[in-house]
Structures are given as structure tokens and as C-alpha cells.
Write a protein that binds this ligand. Sequence first.
Ligand SMILES: Nc1ncnc2c1ncn2[C@@H]1O[C@H](COP(=O)(O)OP(=O)(O)OP(=O)(O)O)[C@@H](O)[C@H]1O
Ligand SMILES: [Mg+2]
Length: 290
Amino acid sequence: MSEEDIQQAEEQRIEEALASSDIAIKVCGLKNSFGDQVVHEGLDLDVYRGEIIGVVGGSGTGKSVLMRSIIGLQTPDEGEIHVFGENMVGRLDDEALAIRKRWGVLFQGGALFSTLTVAENVEVPIREYYPNIGGTLRDEIAAYKIRMTGLPTEAGPKYPSELSGGMKKRAGLARALALDPDLLFLDEPTAGLDPIGAAAFDEMTRKLQQTLGLTVFLITHDLDTLYSICDRVAVLADKKVTAVGTIPELLATDHPWIQEYFNGPRGRAATAAVEREKNRAADGQPDGRR
Ligand SMILES: Nc1ncnc2c1ncn2[C@@H]1O[C@H](COP(=O)(O)OP(=O)(O)OP(=O)(O)O)[C@@H](O)[C@H]1O
Ligand SMILES: [Mg+2]
């Protein structure tokens, strides 16, 4: 066996192990830069299948760039990104395409096409990846996804400019769910929503994740979201994932940003709200919103 064969066999072994493992996304040694600005360096992250992982970090730490790297919109300078066992960096082949079909994305700010109706927006990925699906079936799928996110059927023919902020987020989510994904990327889905709207969106995310068995990569600044629906949290700081774990695990670290973030006044308020909720549930009282 040549050295090349051995290396190939090793790569295949790793890919097979990843494909059958509990890891949905594996990022190793990621480096991203824009000119002189290095955003990520030596960034590693594992996302487990079936979890909701919250991704936090100060503004500009590279959360959205990390998401864009994983979904192939940003080519890293260095590093590997495996999704369901396939290394996706720089790949445009059929196997990579098959993986791309397994995820849905809600971009920061929604990113709906303003000249398309909600239904047409939801149909975009279907048209792109399944051009053979006919108009009637496409309309049915779009209507189903729109209902699934709690929007009224009448929202289908509306344009984004005719929707409230919360409705736009749901429309974006409907589009992200268009291809029945296994993996969902959400970039700040509750930003700009009022607390009740944000709580409702979180609840819906959790329900969808549980019923559809989704893995969710969720970028957020929203402490309530982290406490109420995330299984683990990854913290971006110093150009890498500086810590990852459950919130109690993170609190046990002494990283200044983590302490400030979770133990600052807003962090304490979110913790207190979760405690109140737990006590209410234990007393058998109806749910109280945050
Ligand atoms: N296409 C680009 N060209 C040049 N610089 C970029 C580009 N995209 C992102 N950056 C820079 O990379 C850094 C990280 O950006 P990113 O959007 O990932 O931040 P973020 O953590 O998502 O912040 P926020 O919480 O504000 O959304 C920023 O300094 C940003 O200016
Ligand atoms: Mg961002």
C-alpha cells in the first residue's frame, strides 16, 4: 500500500466514523480572515446530532461568518468542516449537494426576497434543488410549511413588506423548513421580537426540533433563548470557540466574558425567570411567560 493509499484509507475511515457518529457538524482548525483582519483562528467545534446548540459571542466575533463557513458561503483560509461525515470545504460535487439539501437556513434579518410573496419565498429552495416538482405540489408544500410555523394561510400571498417582524421570522423559518431538513441554522431568530413573540418563537423551535428530530445551530444574543431551549452553548471569543457546554458548565469557567455575560444583571434576570418557571411547573400552575 502506498502512502497515498494509507492516507486515503484513513480519510475514509474518519468519514465513515463521522457519518455514523453522533456528530452532525465537526469544525477543525478553522481560520477565516478578511484582509488583515483575522476573524477565526484554530477554531474547533462539534455539534451533536439532535441537539440545539446556542452560539454566543460579542458583536463582530464571527458568529455569522462561522455559520456562513459551515454552509459554504465563506471559503475558509484553513480548516475542515464536516457535515454528516462529509468534508464540505470547497466541495461542489453531488455528494456535497446531497448534504446541502439536508439543511435549512434562516439568515440574520430574515433575508426574504422582497419582490416575492411569502409562498414564493418558501418555494425558492424547492425550485432550486427539486426543479422537477410541479407547481401544484410546490404550492401545497409551501402552504404546509407556512402553516407549520404558525402563520395564517392568508400570509402566503403577502409580500414581506406587508408582514410584522415576527411574521417575517416565521416566513423565513418556513423557507428554511422547505426541504424537510435534518439540520437547521438560525442566525439571531428572535432579534427584534417583543418578549412574548420571542418566547413563542423559541417554543416553536423546540417543538419543531423535537417532532422533526432536528439538529439546530442557533446564533443568539437572547439569554432567555439560551436558558429555555439550548442543550449546550458555544462561546466565541478570542477568534475561537473558547468554551462549550451546558450553562452550568460554562458558569464553572472563569472566562471574563462568560462571567460578565451570564452573571451580569440580564443573565441573573434570565436565571431567575427560569427558576420561577421551574417552581411554577413543580407547583402545577399554568405556565407564566417570561
Ligand atoms: N464579507 C465580509 N467582508 C469583510 N469583512 C467581513 C465580512 N463578513 C464579516 N466580516 C467581518 O468579520 C467580523 C465578524 O463578522 P460576523 O458578521 O460574523 O459577526 P457576528 O459575530 O455575527 O456579529 P453580530 O452579533 O453583530 O451579528 C466582523 O468584524 C465583520 O466586519
Ligand atoms: Mg451576526
